[in-house]
Design a protein around this ligand. Structure first.
Ligand code: FES
Length: 101
């Protein structure tokens, strides 16, 4: 696991918004849910929709194509639903994501 790879600035993602980034060959969706940042794979396991465009309700995102739902707060030990959650920390303005080696 690569700890603390900077993927965006805090100011890049207002509360309730998300972005997609590519970092170390990983496509990642990064969310700001009421000031807490979450990151996961940016590909829905159903048919590949970009999860960065999901609807957000609390910590649950709904895929933009067919509505499959994923709880980002489930954490890296999440249910086996095909979406990998990555650990996120914030250092100053930087959003840091722990990525697989
Ligand atoms: S592509 Fe996400 S629910 Fe179908």
């Amino acid at each position: 696991m690569k700890n603390g790879v900077a993927v965006a600035k805090v100011s890049d993602i207002p509360p309730g918004k998300s972005i997609g980034v590519t970092c170390h060959e990983e496509e990642i969706a990064v969310f700001n849910l009421d000031g807490i940042f979450y990151a996961c794979t940016n590909r829905c396991p159903h048919a590949g929709a970009p999860l960065e465009n999901s609807m957000i309700a609390g910590t649950v995102i709904s895929c933009p194509w067919h509505g499959w739902r994923f709880d980002l707060a489930a954490g890296p030990e999440a249910p086996k639903d095909g979406v990998i959650r990555f650990p996120v920390t914030v250092s100053g303005e930087d959003i840091l994501v722990g990525l697989p080696d």
